[in-house]
Design a protein around this ligand. Structure first.
Ligand SMILES: *Cc1c(COP(=O)(O)O)cnc(C)c1O
Length: 365
């Protein structure tokens, strides 16, 4: 009765559930549940991390000057408008909170990353989901959901957990159709994996106006999920807002060093991309041959639909895989109960999940 109560909306949040990483009684697991880079980090990133051991007592550079300069150099961007975060998650949360509040709406597509509704509710705003077409964000459906109360639109491109993407022309059509005072946030966490010539990470839209932000992460192709480093490329005014509200020392000194080394090891990133493209195609072909529907994804995972049939369902497939020490991701919380999301791992891991699913599909129901 007299206990503190959180603001309205906070207790409507379902806490984010990450991919499992342990199974009781299994020593050696194959973890394909969190889209972590298959090859892990570059050896140069590991060396940079270790070299920081003697600096644990020192605060990091709160302005991430060296990392922002490296990012700007590598991608041809303006360093003054790059803001680093404690994972891109910190930046996504801040953008929702700084640009939306009670009475406002935050819009995204139906099967987009689940962090957006969490960020919207944390801000006291109302999350709004627009329908998709073929598990792909639809510009028409998104624009139809825009109201005078819409403040922020999140677009994951390519999307997690579907793996589908919008071509650059469609993203531009979305931007052009939104009111100028609505912030469009393009979450390009998987941009480095995409090998399609009609795709763009959205940097050109950031530079074209005052109202579009692109976010990126070191957690996926760079293999640094445990380091918590992400960044945003922003219009100057949005960079200013993020710099006022972020944690003053939001990225650790080891994280800054590891991220810069990972970024500069271009050959390793190229290898990771080639590995991913090869094994994603390989796995898609194997699973399709088993009669499973594989959503044509362009990131480092595949979304796979299982038959709606006793003995063959996604839930049973997941249980079967766990019995073999293989952890993939159930996506029922994304409204996709008939699907599993499988991260592309190392060669042996991809072969193992393909073999186990062949056994599952061929076993008697
Ligand atoms: C993994 C992922 C991120 C990255 O989050 P970090 O906080 O940078 O680790 C962001 N957006 C999407 C859609 C993701 O799947």
């Amino acid at each position: 009765m007299s206990a503190p109560t959180p603001r309205p909306g906070i207790l409507d949040i379902s806490p984010y559930v990450g991919g499992l990483s342990k199974l009781d009684g299994v020593d050696r697991i194959i973890k394909l549940s969190s889209n972590e880079g298959a090859l892990g980090p570059s050896p140069r990133a590991v060396a940079a991390f270790q070299a920081m051991a003697g600096q644990m007592h020192r605060y990091p550079d709160g302005h991430a000057v060296a990392l922002r300069a490296a990012i700007a150099r590598q991608f041809g961007l303006d360093a003054a408008r790059v803001v680093c975060g404690n994972g891109s998650d910190e930046l996504l949360q801040l953008l929702a909170r700084c640009y939306a509040g009670p009475g406002d709406e935050v819009l995204y597509s139906r099967h987009a990353f689940i962090v957006y509704p969490i960020a919207a509710l944390s801000a006291g705003a109302t999350p709004v989901a627009a329908d998709e077409v073929d598990l792909t964000a639809s510009v028409d459906h998104l624009l139809a959901k825009v109201s005078p109360r819409t403040r922020v639109v999140f677009l994951t491109n390519p999307n997690n957990p579907t793996g589908t993407y919008l071509p650059a022309a469609e993203v531009r059509r979305l931007r052009d159709g939104l009111p100028a005072d609505v912030l469009l946030v393009i979450d390009a966490a998987y941009a480095e994996y995409v090998e399609r010539n009609d795709y763009s990470n959205g940097a050109e839209l950031v530079e074209a106006g005052e109202n579009t932000v692109m976010t990126r992460t070191f957690s996926k192709i760079y293999g640094l999920g445990g380091m918590r480093v992400g960044w945003a490329y922003c219009p100057a005014q949005v960079a200013d807002v993020l710099n006022r509200t972020r944690g003053p020392f939001n990225v650790s000194n080891a994280g800054l060093a590891a991220a810069q080394a990972a970024l500069e090891d271009v050959a390793f990133t190229d290898l990771a991309r080639r590995h991913n493209s090869f094994w994603r195609a390989w796995l898609a072909e194997r699973l399709s041959a088993l009669g499973l529907l594989v959503v044509p994804g362009v990131a480092n995972f595949l979304l796979v639909r299982f038959p709606y049939q006793a003995g063959r369902s996604a839930k049973e497939a997941d249980a079967f895989l766990r019995g073999k020490g293989i952890i993939v991701r159930q996506v029922a919380s994304y409204g996709l109960p008939d699907y599993l999301r499988i991260t592309i791992g190392r060669d042996d891991e991809v072969r193992a999940v393909a073999g186990a699913l062949a056994e599952f599909m061929e076993s008697q129901a």
